[in-house]
Design a protein around this ligand. Structure first.
Ligand code: QVN
Ligand code: ZN
Length: 327
């Protein structure tokens, strides 16, 4: 089965619109990219030299490479920052890193049966990955993606992650601090995106928490008592298939699911830093306000020498002073 249908999409109680789809040479594309608006791009040939990257091919050419494999007891792979785990925190991640060679990973994928812990491989593409893979990598359509980087005045490319995910795996809703060109090689991934202006509806964990940048809301089972504004969340969805590239703007929340069009998906992301600010114009854009909010949280944690005091000092500043709708 190389196609997907609507019945494979998980059902959520969220209002959803559609992400626009444009050809790579559509004159309107640059205005989407430069204005931080998500768009699905067809025909760019960005990763056409990697379209033969299935598990057998990769096993042949990177068998001894040590890979980052996450193992999860359920279908959700919620990323966490190891450096933010402190002894005082009671933190029990549901997925754990389990480094192994690509060969070991490929064997586990082939032997996997329903009920086994699920697997998700995330490996940076660099020059240690074997010359066949490097040869395909240098043949990516760098001209196209670099021209977009220039036009949008993005900063340097920081990494390409090779992602191999089992069907039904989910990356829960989170945002990143980089611009992302996300390319699918095999299978289909469904994305739900939310603009940074929906911060209040999505309740990301505090900056000092290991789950920084991740929504606290479990989309499968939302706690509307704790997170009432999640009812107002309104996302945009798209299914990304082989050869497609999805532009995920910086600070846009995204939820990702691997569909059942094949037993696993292969994708490659392109993360870019934002460029230097040339001239600040007011009112600030939503993503610039996100940076300010993050910095205020970080600054208070540092000044107080205790991230646990950040919430109470923010409440003292706000409650009864900035909480009335009349002033
Ligand atoms: C998750 C670093 C995505 C794609 C997403 C997960 C990638 C793995 C992105 C998916 C990952 C968290 C931190 C890496 O979110 O930004 O490319 O399932 O495709
Ligand atoms: Zn992401």
């Amino acid at each position: 089965m190389a196609e997907w249908n609507n019945s494979q999409l998980r059902k959520y109680n969220i209002k959803l619109g559609k992400i626009p789809v444009l050809q790579h040479d559509d004159p309107k594309l640059d205005s989407y990219l430069c204005n931080n608006k998500p768009v699905l791009i067809k025909g760019s040939q960005l990763i056409s030299s990697a379209l033969n990257w299935d598990i057998d091919y990769l096993q042949k050419h990177m068998s001894s490479i040590c890979c980052n494999v996450m193992i999860s007891s359920n279908h959700r792979f919620k990323y966490y920052d190891q450096k933010k785990i402190t002894p005082t925190l009671t933190f029990k991640p549901l997925s754990r890193p389990s480094p192994m060679t690509f060969s070991e990973f490929a064997d586990k994928m082939k032997k996997w049966k329903k009920g086994d812990p699920r697997l998700y491989m995330q490996q940076a593409l660099n020059n240690s990955i074997g010359h066949h893979i490097v040869r395909d990598f240098v043949m990516f359509n760098w001209d196209w993606v670099i021209s977009k980087q220039k036009i949008c005045k993005w900063g340097p490319l920081t990494s390409n992650l090779l992602l191999i995910s089992q069907e039904g795996n989910i990356t829960p809703c989170h945002y990143d601090e980089q611009q992302n060109m996300f390319a699918v090689v095999r299978g289909h991934k469904r994305f739900i995106l939310f603009p940074p202006s929906q911060f209040e509806c999505l309740y990301p964990h505090p900056v000092h928490h290991p789950y920084d940048r991740q929504s606290q809301v479990d989309f499968d089972n939302p706690d509307y008592i704790k997170f009432p504004k999640f009812k107002d969340a309104c996302g945009y969805e798209v299914v990304v298939g082989p050869k497609d590239v999805l532009y995920i703007p910086i600070y846009w929340f995204h939820h990702v699911e691997s569909l059942m069009s094949s037993s696993y998906t292969v994708s490659i992301n392109f993360w870019f830093k934002t460029g230097p600010i040339e001239k600040i114009e007011y009112p600030l854009q939503d993503y610039q306000k996100m940076t300010i909010m993050r910095n205020v949280e970080k600054m208070l944690g540092e000044a107080l020498h205790d991230p646990n005091e950040v919430g109470s000092i923010l409440r003292t500043i706000v409650v009864g002073r900035y909480t009335s709708d009349e002033n």
